[in-house]
Design a binder for this molecule. Sequence first.
Ligand code: COA
Length: 181
Amino acid sequence: MPYFVNSANIYSMSKMQIKQIDKIDLDDIMEIETLTYPNHHWSKASFENEIENKLANYKCAITSKGIITGFYGFWQILEEAHITNIATHPDYRKKGVATFLMLDLVNECYKKMIKYITLEVRESNIPAISLYDKFGFSTIGTRKNYYQDNNENALIMFTENIWYDKFKTNYNKIKEDFNGR
Ligand SMILES: CC(C)(COP(=O)(O)OP(=O)(O)OC[C@H]1O[C@@H](n2cnc3c(N)ncnc32)[C@H](O)[C@@H]1OP(=O)(O)O)[C@@H](O)C(=O)NCCC(=O)NCCS
């Protein structure tokens, strides 16, 4: 039986909201992007292309005062989602923003009947690796010298099938904990 998560339940206790990224949001997205990656960030034109891309899904978290605190993007390639970006504004880190974004990202994957979620992450990026661990991702391989700025290796992380009970149980637990905050 299809498993859909009711978005309203996810965010009922949250002061945050989530919305599709529009062109009007891109200055705020670029602020997060440039603060996060001062020397190797995406250009505004790249984000403009991404939000026009039919395979791409870009959404952001906003406070009740309309402040964009973080965003994510993924591409759907058949039954896989490839996470291209997830970032929280440095002023709002360690407050659950990325958890909120990941809850929505996985929910979008259920709605699109996606089975697996994957991404690449710098092997030194402990906050991001911990975030993905929390959501049930495992490291399945390494891309040597993947990042051109410093030749750092990338870890390739994958979920199991997100429709399996183990993944769903963990996902629902994170959602309940988040709503209970
Ligand atoms: C990774 C990142 C998105 C986390 O965002 P955040 O909003 O601070 O994350 P949350 O507060 O929702 O925390 C979620 C989980 O992430 C992990 N985490 C977040 N910050 C961490 C840190 N400084 N050290 C270790 N783990 C951390 C923890 O597992 C945490 O779960 P917990 O609160 O149950 O311990 C944020 O640090 C960021 O924007 N980093 C720069 C961009 C980036 O590296 N993106 C990933 C590219 S692959």
